[in-house]
Design a protein around this ligand. Sequence first.
Ligand code: COA
Length: 317
Amino acid sequence: MKITGTGSAMPSLAVTNDMLSEFLDTNDEWISTRTGIKERRIISDETLTSLAVDAAKKAIESAGLTPNDIDYFLCSNVVNNFVTPSLSCILQGEIGANCPSLDLNAACTGFIYALDIAESFIQTGRAENVLIVCAEEPTRMVNWKERNTCVLFGDGAGAVVVSKGDAFKAFHISTQSKIEPLYYQRKLEYNPYQSHPDGDAPLIMNGKDVFKLAVSSSVSDIRNVLEKSSLNADDIKYYLLHQANIRIIDTIRDFLKQPDDKFPHNIENYGNTSSASIPILLDEMRRAGKFTKGDMLLFSAFGAGFTTGACVLEWNM
Ligand code: COA
């Protein structure tokens, strides 16, 4: 499998840390030094669907394909305002594709999970071109009175087209069932036979536990895929890590003893956009001409579950 197209779309409204301090007991100094975030994009006039469609169309166009060329469509999404049908069904119609579509929810690791599934489809000959769209609006999951969570997130969509090729060298994905560190619980309709009413909790997070799990799992996943692909840390041109906290990225970099410029980031502009963060960064870097054919890239992400995943690929666009 290889990446043949990328795209992204962000909400127009940029909300700075100072804007948050107008209604929250917080400040730019705390948010910047603890997280690296200066501002985030938040859905206002747009919808998640419109962003996802925009990102998907750009990815298909940059691959030099049309929607008819897509054989399978995977959408990574944690929440949107439709429980059913899936977001991928809605997008498939908007894009004008004519292929099966499927949503997956592996939280912030969804992009790596989707790549792993796409590779199976391509390897087994089920598909030649797979469209992956990661579309996320975590700002609709948080309690906007909780300063320890709402300042961290932003909305956005990133997409890639993957096609037949031999660019991907190794994958490692995992799930450890640990709910307490990070979860969001929705109240459903009642049926008359229920004895235990549902809970209802906007995003709950134990930041310190998530921080430690993120660093340890990401370092271990990165070492795993380096070993599987017979590479060492120095061979990687860029590590594109899930953009959750610049201190998490810096700590992982320290473990790997690699220079700062190998760890590109845009968390300062977008906050944590969940599974969309790596494809958005990838698209920005491609459009800025940062990649050369033959560059080795490593993606690594982690999220609620606790899910984690990493993969290594050779850039070929
Ligand atoms: N503004 C100002 N103060 C804040 C604040 C905010 N937005 N949020 C929390 N605080 C306060 C806390 O109330 C606490 O005050 P106290 O000491 O008086 O109780 C203090 O800051 C320190 O909080 P603490 O939780 O110890 O900070 P931290 O150094 O662990 O940083 C996170 C908090 C959330 C930034 C950090 O733990 C983190 O990034 N964790 C990972 C989160 C993540 O990546 N989630 C998504 C995974 S996909």
